[in-house]
Structure formats: structure tokens, C-alpha cells
Design a protein around this ligand. Structure first.
Ligand code: ADP
Length: 451
């Protein structure tokens, strides 16, 4: 859970910096306390020396004052006054080590620690000879103070961590709240109802951008589902019509015995509808193959002039051996090369040209202009002077099965231009239609030129 993780992260970060900070405080406090205690031990070593070795030489009242003010015993205090001449005994008994002895003699004094005990050793020079004064004690007061400091810091740390966790939790909640809300909204969106959109309060921040992205994705999905739904509805409708005829005719003819002429008439009708069915299926398969792009799409270099020549001869036969197509190459566009699949490009071009001739009743000529646009694009203009398309229907034309209301009895299924649209998109180009009712139609196809 993201909230928990943010809260823990908050606490861990604060905890780590606090532990570091507190450790430094503890460490330096401890060093200070130790140094203070060593100083005190050293002062006491000096006094012990004077007290033990020089009381015969100084006034008695001064000594009693010294004893009163300074020689109240420290916790676990031990003092040793060792004549340097007898240092060997101290070494033998383990009271002194050779290192401590030599360091003290060399430096005049030395402080060191042995477990909880702190030690001070001082070289004392007296008229009776040289002495080593050793004094040790345990700084119980500092030990107590340090323990209290540790305990208080621990408590403070625990309390701060708790507060930090609570603050982190609240902070995480405020951050994740819009996300939780968004996911709640998304849950109510299903494939059957994609009309809902995600709402956020601040549209300018990252979450606003995320909501925008999700909403535009939902928009595309909704559109896609809608297209698919319409496609399935239209396809089933298209298939149902010939099937109904076939089933109806065969049912009627089978009701009673008929003469040969009737049988021939009905079977001919069934055959025609069968052919119709097969051609619908062929169109549908072609459309799905192109639009799914699944067809092995081997890109090859295509010379468009060759394709046009091929298609032109096809159209000659389609128009009943009439040459209705006039081809016009712009300067510089004589041999345009594009990359893609030749048979798809030929299919797209022939679909558009077929329409142009069909919707001008095979009476008018059709103009095919080949142009270069912006240096790296090829533009094909297919211009006819046919029945045109009503202005409000132009944008719907590339949708599968869509036929304009004036297409009327002129044969067709509304699939040809959908295939063209898909093929052009598959080749990285675009299609655009401009038309005026009863005046004519121009279909523009732009395709990227081969590098
Ligand atoms: P079909 O021609 O088989 O109906 P298309 O997909 O090729 O299918 O065209 C879809 C519709 O667009 C046609 O039914 C027709 O209404 C309109 N259309 C296409 N091309 C032209 C054109 N050149 N002139 C007039 N209408 C056209």
C-alpha cells in the first residue's frame, strides 16, 4: 500500500537523521565529561602530593583548608604515592605498566581509562625525591547523566517517529486521495459503457495530465467500440439480405412440385444471391485483412507510374472498353517511387477510379492528377463530374457500409472507400474528399515518397 510506504519512508528518513544527530551529541558530551573528570583527577593528584609529601613544610591551617575543600572522596577513589625508586614493586604488583610509567616520567603526567575507572598519574618532584602519584575514580555522576541523556533521547526519538508516521500518513493520504478517487471512477467504466470520463480537481498538475490521457484513451476506445459495433451490425445486415432471399425462394419452391422452368428460375436466383454473398464475404475479408494490418506487409519500392498503367487498363475493361481516364503528371512527378505493397496500392487506386466512373454514369471523363507536394509527398487527385456527395455526408463516407443517400440504385456496398482509407493509412498517408452535389467529387490521396 502506497500510503503505508510513504508514511514509513517519512519516519525512517527522520529517524535516521535524528539518530545521527543524537549520536553526535552523546559522543561529544561523553568526551567532554571524561576530559573534565581527568582534569579533576589531575588536580587531586597534585593536592594529594602536596598533602602527603609537604605537610611538614607548609602551615597546618592551609592543609586543613585544602582537605576540607578538595579531599572529599570521589566515588571508588584510590590513591597511590609511589617513590620512583620503588616503582619496580608497583610494576610487579600490576598497579603500573611499563608504558604508563615511562610515559609519565617522560611527559610529567598521563591520563587513561581502565574499564569504568579513570586514572591520572603524575610525576611529583619533591625534596625527598621523585614520586609517581596514581589516582583513580569512577565518574558515577557523568555515567548517570549520560544514561539519562540516552534514555531521554530514546524517548524523544520514539515520540518523533510516531508523530512523523502520523504526519506521513496524513500527507500520503492527501497525495493518494485523487488517485483513489480516480480508480473508483475508472471502476464504473466497462466495455459496454465507455461514456464516463475521469474528473480531477486540478487539471494542471500531473494527475490532471494523467486524467487527460486516460480520458482521451477512453474517447478512442469508445469510438473504436462504436465503429466495431456499427461494422458488425452492417455486416450482419448485408449478409442477412441474400440469405433471406435464398431461404425464402427455396422454401417456396419446395412446398409443391413445380415445372422445370420455375426450378430453373429459382435456382438461377439462388445462384445470383450466392454469388452476391460470396462477393460480400470477399469484400469483408479484404477490409478486415487491410484494417487489421495483419497481412504480411512486405514493403517494397513501387513505381507508381507502373501501377497507374495497370489500373488504367483494368478501368478500360470496367468501363466497357471505354477510355475515360485522363492522366496528368505534374512536372517532376513523372516517375514517383513509393514504398508499400503494390497490389494494395493498385486496389486503392482502382476503387477510387471505379467510383469516379460509376457515379458519373460512365459518361464523363475522370481526371487523375499526379503531383508532388512539399518535396517528399505524393499527391493523387481523382476528379470526376458525377453526382457528388451531399455535404453533410462527406465525413461519414470512409466508414464501412456507408452509402450516401443519392447513391440510390447505383450498385455498391459502401466498403470500397473504407478499404482505400485503411490502405492509405497503412502506407503512412491520408485520404480526403471534397465534393459538390450534382457537380462532382475530388478524392485526394497523399502518400509519402520513397526515400
Ligand atoms: P460503394 O461505391 O460500393 O457504395 P464506396 O465505399 O466506394 O462504396 O463509397 C461509399 C459511398 O461514397 C458511395 O456509396 C457513394 O455514396 C459515395 N461515393 C464514393 N465515391 C463517390 C463519387 N466519386 N461520387 C459520388 N459519390 C461517391
Amino acid at each position: 500500500m502506497i500510503r503505508f510506504r510513504i508514511a514509513v519512508l517519512f519516519s525512517v528518513l527522520t529517524g535516521l537523521s535524528l539518530v545521527l544527530f543524537m549520536s553526535l551529541i552523546y559522543f561529544y558530551t561523553r568526551i567532554d565529561k571524561e576530559d573534565e573528570f581527568y582534569q579533576e583527577l589531575m588536580v587531586r593528584a597534585g593536592i594529594v602530593g602536596q598533602y602527603r609529601l609537604e605537610k611538614d613544610e607548609v602551615a597546618a591551617e592551609i592543609y586543613s583548608e585544602i582537605i576540607e575543600t578538595h579531599l572529599v572522596k570521589l566515588p571508588e577513589e584510590r590513591e597511590y604515592v609511589i617513590p620512583l625508586g620503588h616503582a619496580r614493586y608497583a610494576l610487579d604488583s600490576g598497579l603500573l605498566s611499563p608504558e604508563i610509567l615511562s610515559e609519565t616520567v617522560l611527559e610529567g603526567n598521563l591520563t587513561y581509562r581502565d574499564g569504568p575507572e579513570q586514572w591520572a598519574s603524575l610525576l611529583y618532584e619533591d625534596n625527598q625525591g621523585d614520586f609517581i602519584i596514581l589516582i583513580s575514580a569512577i565518574d558515577k555522576e557523568s555515567i548517570g547523566e549520560l544514561a539519562a541523556l540516552k534514555r531521554n533521547m530514546g524517548l524523544g526519538l520514539a515520540f518523533t517517529l510516531l508523530v512523523q508516521f502520523a504526519v506521513g500518513w496524513a500527507f500520503a493520504k492527501s497525495i493518494t486521495y485523487p488517485l483513489t478517487k480516480m480508480s473508483g471512477q475508472l471502476k464504473s467504466i466497462t466495455a459496454t459503457d465507455l461514456s464516463h470520463r475521469v474528473k480531477v480537481q486540478n487539471t494542471q498538475d500531473e494527475l490532471g495530465h494523467l486524467a487527460d490521457t486516460l480520458n482521451s484513451m477512453l474517447g478512442r476506445l469508445e469510438k473504436g467500440f462504436e465503429v466495431q459495433r456499427k461494422f458488425i451490425a452492417s455486416a450482419s445486415h448485408e449478409l442477412r439480405t441474400p440469405l433471406t432471399v435464398i431461404m425464402g425462394e427455396s422454401e417456396i419452391v419446395l412446398r409443391q412440385e413445380r415445372d422445370k422452368k420455375k426450378y430453373i428460375q429459382v435456382i438461377t436466383k439462388i445462384q445470383k444471391e450466392g454469388e452476391n454473398l460470396s462477393s460480400i464475404l470477399h469484400d469483408l475479408m479484404q477490409l478486415t485483412a487491410v484494417s487489421s494490418g495483419l497481412l504480411q506487409f512486405h514493403k517494397e519500392r513501387i513505381n507508381l507510374a507502373d501501377v497507374i498503367l495497370d489500373v488504367q487498363s483494368q478501368m478500360f475493361h470496367f468501363a466497357g472498353r471505354k477510355d475515360l481516364i485522363i492522366i496528368n503528371y505534374d512536372q517532376g512527378a513523372e516517375i514517383p517511387w513509393i514504398t508499400g505493397q503494390q497490389r494494395w496500392i493498385a486496389l486503392a487506386l482502382s476503387n477510387v477510379l471505379r467510383n469516379a466512373m460509376k457515379y458519373s454514369g460512365f459518361k464523363e471523363t475522370v481526371l487523375l492528377n499526379v503531383k508532388l507536394a512539399q518535396g517528399n509527398e505524393l499527391l493523387l487527385e481523382i476528379i470526376d463530374r458525377g453526382i457528388g456527395i451531399p455535404a453533410d455526408e462527406i465525413s461519414a463516407i470512409p466508414a464501412p457500409f456507408y452509402r450516401a443517400r443519392n447513391a440510390g440504385t447505383l450498385g455498391g456496398r459502401g466498403i470500397g472507400l473504407s478499404i482505400v482509407d485503411e490502405i492509405v493509412k497503412l502506407h503512412g498517408g491520408s485520404m480526403y474528399i471534397r465534393s459538390e452535389l450534382n457537380k462532382g467529387t475530388t478524392v485526394y490521396i497523399s502518400l509519402p515518397l520513397a526515400p
